[in-house]
Design a protein around this ligand. Structure first.
Ligand SMILES: [Zn+2]
Length: 186
């Protein structure tokens, strides 16, 4: 299987700043595009493709657009709960969605996903809100150190989902926990 579309390659280790298309008025980090050049770096997502995937609902695995009826995520393997101002928590996902077929393929060949081994969860009509991050997330420390001081640069982004889909994700995670506990016991 080809490496996932959103993985970075060693031939893509060049960055620049540009006005943001997705977050008007802000500056974003843009990464050189040369997928297939050098070696894939499975531990690193490509900054620009990750953003395009999340902004346009492009498939994490194949890079093509996902339609609302064929859009899936792995709720346990990806994302996390974001605490809101009122103390409530909402699910945020920093991994682009996948087609069902792509998700199933990834589940069988990706070491991380096959270890977790959870069914892909269909997205709902809640498309989430695209939220930018200007704080330094793991893997971007080196790049962040090179950025001009005092400028807020959009480094990554995620989709923040409302209470209903958050509840769906929490239920899926709880089911996975129960199944994992039973597997460990047998
Ligand atoms: Zn796909």
């Amino acid at each position: 299987m080809e490496p996932p579309w959103s993985v970075a390659w060693t031939g893509e280790q060049a960055f620049r700043l540009q006005p943001s298309r997705d977050f008007p008025g802000k500056v974003e980090l843009d990464q050189k595009q040369a997928p297939g050049v050098g070696e894939p770096i499975f531990s690193a997502v490509h900054v620009t493709r990750q953003r395009r995937g999340l902004a346009d609902h492009r498939c994490h695995v194949c890079g093509e657009l996902t339609a609302p009826g064929d859009r899936y995520i792995f709720p346990t393997a990806s994302g996390g709960l974001v605490t809101m101002h009122d103390g409530s928590q909402q699910y945020g996902c920093n991994v682009p969605p996948m087609h069902r077929a792509c998700a199933e393929r990834a589940r069988s060949v990706c070491p991380h996903l096959s270890r977790i081994d959870e069914p892909p969860l269909p997205c709902t009509s809640d498309e989430g809100r695209l939220i930018e991050r200007t704080d330094v997330t793991p893997g971007l420390e080196g790049i962040a150190a090179e950025l001009p001081p005092g400028v807020d640069v959009v480094l990554t982004c995620y989709r923040l989902y409302g209470p209903a889909f958050t509840e769906t994700v929490l239920e899926a995670r709880a089911q996975w926990e129960t199944a994992a506990r039973l597997r460990r016991r047998s």
